[in-house]
Write a protein that binds this ligand. Structure first.
Ligand SMILES: Cc1cc2nc3c(=O)[nH]c(=O)nc-3n(C[C@H](O)[C@H](O)[C@H](O)COP(=O)(O)OP(=O)(O)OC[C@H]3O[C@@H](n4cnc5c(N)ncnc54)[C@H](O)[C@@H]3O)c2cc1C
Length: 351
């Protein structure tokens, strides 16, 4: 029996892949999908989310994007519930000329790393998304960056686990369970395995309802730079729109008034129709960050596999996390170099 501790998207997908392969699995979480997963945007964006000088992340993100269709196929074999997966691609736009310069530099950097991002004339961007402001200064299309709806996906995964007979124990793990364990409880992992250094990086995110007469306001993810501030708008299959996200390490887990204001102002600059939408929700989630912003993913000893620290990319990296866990359990080659993800790498520095 394998116990997966943590039922965020990472733990849920890991439990599913293992159960699908015939392993006996128990999932333990007092409130599945209540962590970062509940708040996430859900972009599967290995190209648009490229982070300068984080080269060790790129192969992980690209590999996970490749693995996503396979994960969704397994999910689809065990549940009929939707995941909110959309493949229309992503537009990245610039609000003013300085933002356009920034966007051009980013596009060059992506090209240097063999990533596909196509510059688009604004006229063409607006024919793809007529709700875009006519005042923009630049646009790029990234066909390979997709999205899921994390809340919907988590419900589908829980249903699939139920159909596979996986036992879900709705209790907090106060210590490591006996037997084979996969520690996938996000920020909570440090309490169960000392040596992991995890910090909450808060993100505010908004949810709007698009009124009937404006549907669909957008058909693909629109990301943008507005006076150097990043913002994104994610149209969901349920007709809502997510707008995110801030990034702050101030230990204040409640939406900040200034953050809500900034997100709405910047999103409206890119898509003026936002002003007509219904305001449904503002929430704040805590991304599980590590000192070098790379995950902790690997086998620690014969009983324990660690899978956490997915920071800004945990929805995208879910497919990789689940696939690697299966290989680690079965003792086969995951087919990717995981040296940068060694769960012990910060323990050594402490000693
Ligand atoms: C605003 C925002 C936007 C984001 N947007 C994106 C995005 O667009 N794309 C992307 O790829 N990523 C995004 N992220 C990052 C992503 O949300 C996280 O990296 C991802 O959700 C991490 O998933 P997880 O399963 O590891 O952790 P979590 O979702 O945090 O789940 C951890 C689970 O562990 C459980 N738990 C904790 N302690 C215990 C314990 N002791 N015993 C049992 N269970 C326990 C909790 O109840 C929780 O359900 C975003 C994050 C935020 C905050």
């Amino acid at each position: 029996m394998i116990t997966v501790v943590g039922g965020g998207l990472v733990g849920l997908a890991t439990a599913l892949r293992l159960a699908d392969r015939g392993h006996g699995v128990t999932l333990q979480d007092p409130a599945p999908a209540s962590g970062a997963t509940h708040h996430a945007g859900g972009m599967l964006a290995p190209v648009a989310e490229v982070v300068y000088r984080q080269e060790a992340l790129f192969p992980l993100m690209l590999r996970s994007a490749e693995l996503y269709p396979g994960l969704l196929e397994v999910v689809g074999r065990h549940t009929d519930l939707p995941t909110g997966h959309r493949t229309e691609g992503t537009l990245v736009v610039a609000a003013d000329r300085a933002d356009a310069t920034h966007l051009a530099e980013l596009t060059d950097y992506q090209a240097q790393h063999s990533m596909t991002a196509e510059r688009l004339p604004l006229r063409q961007a607006r024919s793809l998304e007529p709700a875009l402001s006519p005042q923009l200064a630049g646009a790029v299309h990234i066909p390979g960056d997709h999205q899921v709806n994390p809340r919907m996906f988590a419900v589908a995964l829980l249903d699939a686990l139920g159909n596979l007979g996986v036992r879900v124990v709705r209790e907090r793990a106060e210590e490591l369970p006996a037997g084979q364990v996969i520690l996938a409880n996000g920020l909570g992992a440090a309490a169960l395995h000392p040596g992991l250094q995890l910090r909450p990086v808060y993100g505010d995110i908004l949810r709007l309802g698009v009124p009937e007469h404006l549907q669909p306001l957008l058909t693909r993810v629109v990301r943008g730079f507005v006076e150097d501030r990043p913002v994104y708008l994610i149209p969901r299959t349920d007709g809502t729109l997510a707008i995110g996200a801030t990034s702050r390490e101030d230990d204040r887990p409640i939406p900040r008034t200034g953050a809500v204001h900034d997100l709405l102002r910047d999103a409206t600059r890119l898509v003026p129709g936002i002003e007509e939408c219904d305001f449904l929700e503002a929430t704040t989630g805590a991304r599980p960050g590590t000192p070098d912003d790379l995950p902790y993913l690997g086998r620690v000893n014969e009983h324990l596999i660690v899978s956490t620290g997915y920071f800004r990319h945990g929805i995208l990296l879910t497919a990789l996390a689940a696939d690697v866990a299966v290989h680690l359990v079965e003792g086969t080659d995951p087919g990717i170099d995981l040296a940068a993800c060694d769960p012990h790498r910060h323990t050594a520095h402490q000693e």
